[in-house]
Design a protein around this ligand. Structure first.
Ligand code: HEM
Ligand SMILES: CC(C)=CCC/C(C)=C/CC/C(C)=C/COP(=O)(O)OP(=O)(O)O
Length: 296
């Protein structure tokens, strides 16, 4: 009799989990919106299909490499100890082979079916996250996620370049928004998980500088985020509908961050973290809807 771990459907699920599917989905969502914002009408179908596939494969490969490198850290935290490389449901050899194959496939798809610039920039992003952030920054400095956030912020730029073949200043505004969003997104979670990070020896901000200091940083970055999200409007990239949406979503984020600093209650850090995800989805949805409302 085969054990549950050996059944093909359950094995497939382990590979799926190795790719951090929910994070990758939001990352790819921002890349797709980058494609739509890059052009007045609809993006070229090849960029949309192959660009999405290539960026998804490379992001999933980056996430798998992160789990391969971090398996010992992941084993020490309740949140991550159920991951396939920790439980042993996937071995190192097949995980490395899987990450390599999908990463290479993503690069080839982008190079030949989209354009070489997208392939190269996406590959830099993969190295930025899986190499620079995971191998070095995460273990080295509490500013790890601020610097590493550059990799997570790149996908709208990648989508934009996939659709047009060139880097445009407007796409850098989208980069800036996710870059500034990352610290409140992550540090809200890290406040809740401080003890786990301390136990695993990872120098996240609440471990090195304390929870009170981290709450202040979450609030300051959220203020900066609201300011930065006005840029698409003032540069003429987006219209009034976007501005109203951005300020509404930003107001709620500020309310969370303010309470986290000045009247924290148990559970609030995780609710703030959860809202950060809703916020980014909402903001990018407003960017997209506004783009087409202005067009027609
Ligand atoms: C350096 C940058 C980032 C760091 C350190 C970070 C950290 C994290 C961590 C630790 C979690 C896990 C929460 C849990 O297991 O409960 C998480 C979840 C998540 N992150 Fe991030 N994140 C970053 C960037 C991003 C970016 C750029 C996106 C998308 C644009 C994103 C989207 C998400 C989503 C959707 C989840 C929820 C996943 C789930 O429900 O399993 N993150 N993030
Ligand atoms: C297009 C492309 C190549 C994109 C790659 C960018 C990418 C996959 C970013 C993911 C960001 C993220 C989940 C960071 C958390 O890592 P962590 O190790 O701190 O979190 P963990 O403890 O949950 O593993």
């Amino acid at each position: 009799m085969t054990s549950a771990a050996e059944q093909p459907s359950s094995l497939l699920h382990e590979y799926y989990e190795l790719c951090k599917p929910r994070v990758v989905m939001l990352i790819v969502f921002t890349a797709i919106i980058g494609m739509f914002l890059a052009v007045p009408g609809l993006p070229p179908i090849a960029a949309l299909v192959w660009g999405t596939l290539g960026i998804t494969l490379q992001a999933a490969s980056a996430a798998a490499i992160n789990q391969i490198i971090d398996r010992n850290i992941d084993a020490n935290m309740a949140r991550t100890c159920g991951r396939p490389l920790v439980t042993g449901r996937l071995g190192m050899t097949e995980s490395i082979a899987f990450a390599t194959v999908i990463g290479l496939a993503g690069f080839v798809v982008l190079w030949f079916l989209v354009n070489p610039l997208t392939a190269v920039l996406t590959q830099f992003t993969l190295v930025g996250y899986a190499g620079i952030y995971t191998l070095y920054l995460k273990r080295a400095t509490p500013q790890n996620i601020v610097i590493g956030g550059a990799a997570g912020a790149a996908p709208p730029v990648l989508g934009w370049v996939a659709a047009t073949g060139e880097l445009h200043a407007h796409s850098l505004i989208l980069f800036l928004i996710i870059f500034i969003w990352t610290p409140p997104h992550f540090w809200a979670l890290a406040i809740e998980r401080r003890d786990e990070y301390a136990k695993a020896g990872v120098p996240m901000l609440p471990v090195t500088h304390g929870i009170e200091f981290t709450r202040t940083q979450v609030l300051l970055y959220t203020v900066l985020l609201v300011v930065v999200t006005i840029l698409p409007f003032v540069t003429g990239m987006s219209g009034l509908l976007y501005l109203i949406g951005a300020l509404g979503l930003g107001g709620v984020f500020l309310y969370y961050a303010w309470r986290l600093k000045f009247s924290p209650v148990p559970g609030l850090p995780m609710r703030t973290f959860g809202y950060s995800i809703v916020y980014l989805m909402g903001l990018f949805t407003f960017l997209l809807v506004d783009h087409y409302v202005r067009l027609f």
